[in-house]
Design a protein around this ligand. Structure first.
Ligand code: FES
Length: 162
């Protein structure tokens, strides 16, 4: 992202300069603001906290809570917790991947959908479950998946034309 406004990153870093154990809270703040960790942020953080960029990338790879790509307009959080697994969330995941042409952690080329998996959405009674932005979808089936994404894509097509 070439037109990234880094002012916010610099502001965050002033509060943490050379502070021990600051990396995770800094990354969380940066992600809260930008929805992901932009590449230029890594160099700025490395310099301010006096650690190497490769160390930061190591942390980003280790913790699944951090994202290095911008989110799509819709973030899909598919539950892969036990109850959902038992009710077939693996085949739901494969159906979403096929339907959108992306894998977990990726965003569609049109920047519409980002696919994530989560441990439990707290709605085990209606497993398998996913959340799309703030909305819950329960008792998912392969047919329901088709319908949900057809509807969202149609809605986006319609709003693009108006
Ligand atoms: S395991 Fe999926 S909502 Fe709890």
């Amino acid at each position: 992202m070439s037109n990234l406004d880094i002012t916010y990153i610099s502001q965050i870093l002033t509060g943490y300069k050379s502070m021990k154990g600051a990396l995770i809270p800094v990354l969380q703040e940066v992600q809260n603001h930008y929805t992901y960790i932009p590449e230029p942020a890594v160099d700025l953080i490395a310099e301010a906290l006096n650690i190497s960029p490769s160390e930061i990338y190591g942390v980003l790879t280790f913790y699944t809570q951090f994202y290095t790509q911008p989110e799509g307009k819709y973030t899909i959080k598919l539950c892969r917790g036990t109850a959902c697994h038992v009710k077939g969330s693996k085949s739901i995941l494969e159906a979403i991947e096929r339907k959108l042409g992306i894998r977990v952690g990726e965003t569609t080329k049109d920047d519409l959908f980002t696919l994530r998996i989560v441990a439990c959405l707290g709605a085990c009674a209606v497993a398998p479950v996913m959340m799309v932005n703030g909305d819950y979808y329960g008792e998912l089936t392969l047919e329901k998946i088709e319908g949900i994404f057809d509807e969202l894509q149609a809605k986006e097509c319609k709003s693009a034309k108006t």
